[in-house]
Write a protein that binds this ligand. Structure first.
Ligand SMILES: [Fe+2]
Length: 130
């Protein structure tokens, strides 16, 4: 599976959020590399937990920023974050039980990151620009 290639499309123009998105993408890539190297399920599950923790932290930062700038679609955006965090817990349990493939989850995560950053997070910046 291919790693996320960082593109300027992912940059929103807020230094903190951009930095956090780069770290977020880096962690997803770490999972993809580990999977490509056929690391064991225990280690891969731990990497997913690491991404989950970071995502939780990052989402709070991003939401605080939205509160700060009085972003009108905060609740809707927050809902997307909550849904992703739920997916992590479901995936970790299913992978440990052998019911879900790691490949599927890594694909889902990669697509979520690309879609969410380009489509949803971009709206925050567009709101600021009027
Ligand atoms: Fe977001």
């Amino acid at each position: 599976m291919e790693e996320i290639e960082w593109k300027n499309d992912y940059l929103l123009g807020n230094k903190l959020i951009d930095k956090q998105h780069q770290i977020f993408a880096g962690l997803i890539n770490k999972l993809i590399v580990a999977q490509n190297n056929n690391r064991d399920t225990h280690y891969l599950t731990r990497l997913i937990m690491e991404i989950q923790k970071y995502a939780e932290f990052h989402f709070i930062s991003e939401e605080n920023y939205m509160i700060d700038i009085e972003y009108p679609a905060l609740a809707e955006h927050q809902q997307q974050h909550i849904m992703l965090i739920e997916q992590f817990s479901i995936a970790i349990n299913s992978i440990e039980l052998g019911k879900k493939s790691l490949d599927d989850f890594a694909h889902f995560l990669l697509n979520w990151f690309k879609q969410h950053t380009i489509n949803k997070d971009r709206l925050i910046v567009e709101f600021l620009q009027g």
